[in-house]
Unconditional design. Structure first.
Length: 291
């Protein structure tokens, strides 16, 4: 039995679709029963559990031979790092009590670094805690998601300017469509690999710059769009206006500082890189279609 946490998210749904395509038994873990109808239609068993409910989370993993986990983000928490670490503790405790033979964790590029990476440091903590378990581990480190641009594309089409935290705007960075991460995860789960520790990096078919994002979005929208470096002092206020707590915004800003310094990338000489099939143009096309 494959147990998938975060089953209603883009990654979880894509993993489940891949597993069910091969007829594999899946238990989808959701927060609310009313979000599970389509998962039941796909042939999944459904368990309802909040990450903070240790008893329900433990029960949701019963019978699992493999579990896929994803650390929920706490974008509005007063202390985002502490809240996410509490979630990790709850997940790891449930895994330790159930003892599945293998665990696949959705992690992050740069998770091998132990300091000064902002939100990515939470994934370093996740990996460190999971290494204490007596299970075969796969860390699927994902590049940033192409879908994150949806927060800015509408305004960019309207104004002709795409503000970005990627400095300089010409710098190439790894990125991937979130459903492609789920597809790769499903392939890894189905491979029945039981290495003690397997590290896989996931990114798209090619790397892009912020200027590439602006150019492609402009071509799709039929107008010129220019990428513009957002000044560093404006980052946190802009992120807070976008709905993040000050605590989470600070972690995001620290991550982009590390990104722009060239620190967030594939861990040198470790694991493999798998590439998603979805191009940035395909993802941006879905964002601009109704603008």
């Amino acid at each position: 039995m494959f147990v998938i946490l975060g089953a209603t998210g883009k990654i979880g749904r894509a993993t489940i679709a891949e597993l069910r395509r091969h007829g594999a038994p899946v238990k989808a873990v959701v927060r609310r029963q009313n979000s599970a109808d389509d998962l039941k239609a796909m042939g999944c068993e459904v368990a309802v559990a909040d990450i903070r409910d240790g008893a329900a989370l433990y029960e949701s993993m019963s019978g699992a031979t493999a579990v896929q986990i994803i650390c929920p983000t706490s974008v509005r928490a007063d202390d985002a790092a502490a809240e996410m670490k509490d979630s990790i503790r709850s997940i790891v405790d449930a895994l330790d009590r159930n003892r599945p033979s293998s665990v696949l964790a959705i992690s992050d590029y740069g998770a091998h670094l132990a300091s000064d990476t902002g939100i990515t440091l939470i994934f370093h903590h996740l990996e460190s805690e999971l290494k204490k378990l007596p299970a075969a581990l796969t860390f699927l480190r994902s590049a940033e998601h192409m879908e994150n641009w949806s927060r800015q594309i509408g305004r960019a089409v309207e104004t002709g300017v795409l503000p970005t935290l990627h400095h300089p705007t010409t710098k190439l960075f790894p990125t991937i469509s979130a459903p492609d991460v789920g597809l790769i995860a499903g392939e890894l789960l189905l491979s029945n690999a039981h290495a003690f520790l397997n590290i896989v990096h996931a990114e798209g078919p090619e790397r892009y710059s912020a200027e590439d994002v602006a150019r492609i979005a402009g071509e799709l929208a039929g107008r010129k769009i220019v990428a513009s470096e957002m000044p560093r002092p404006d980052w946190i206020p802009a992120l807070v206006r976008g709905g993040l707590s000050a605590s989470y915004a600070e972690l995001v800003a620290e991550m982009y500082d590390a990104h722009n310094a060239g620190r967030i990338d594939v861990e040198p000489g470790v694991g493999e890189v798998r590439r998603g099939r979805t191009s940035l143009r395909e993802v941006l096309a879905s964002m601009t279609a109704n603008i």
